[in-house]
Design a binder for this molecule. Structure first.
Ligand SMILES: [Zn+2]
Length: 78
């Protein structure tokens, strides 16, 4: 089963201690934070990170728009 509920390139963060290097392993049911030993399911972690994920998506969108604007301006310069 392919699982593309969210973009894997977005770093999930432990909501308890802020650890960003969580061992997300598709074969494991529980994700255990190395910082505070809190256990989550992947769904819980995504839920806890929904604000972070939304903020990052916004940032990515801004970056894309920024790049687009730069490219667009360069087209007119040349
Ligand atoms: Zn933690």
């Amino acid at each position: 089963m392919s699982n593309s509920k969210y973009d894997r390139s977005i770093a999930l963060m432990c909501p308890t201690c802020g650890n960003r290097e969580l061992p997300v392993d598709e074969n494991e049911e529980m994700i255990v934070c190395g910082g505070c030993n809190r256990e989550f399911t992947e769904d819980e972690l995504i839920h806890e990170n929904s604000e972070v994920i939304e903020a990052e998506i916004e940032e990515i969108t801004e970056e894309i728009l920024d790049d687009f604007n730069k490219t667009f301006k360069n087209l007119f310069k040349n």
